[in-house]
Design a protein around this ligand. Sequence first.
Ligand SMILES: [Zn+2]
Length: 133
Amino acid sequence: MEIVRNKNHIINYLKDFENKKLKKPCRCEKCGRKSRLIWHAKYVRKIITLFGVYNLPVKRLMCPLCKHTFALLPEFIQKFHRYAKDFIAFALEKLRKFAFSEVMGKLDKFMEDAAISPITLYKWKNKPCFNSS
Ligand SMILES: [Zn+2]
């Protein structure tokens, strides 16, 4: 995972969302078939990034073939996580050099009133897909 050192990706996503310029994928995430996906709904998702906490709007799509819906997540969001990919990458980079408690201290400054748990860090450290690059 690569660490992005600026927040342009977040700003660009918000602009594209606002201007209705988000690009639909050409295949359904659930059934994998090529399909004319339909905008279905939207929701707000809280995401913790290296640039602060964002309430990010996310659109959902529906596949007319299988009728399933799924979220169109921006690339910088890790599915099923409330932390952005670069936040996780930053934590993993620091865990190579520092103890868990020190890394928690380094991360807490990005998180406003929240705090990261050592269990979360432990899970990230031991998750093969986060450590492949
Ligand atoms: Zn489908």
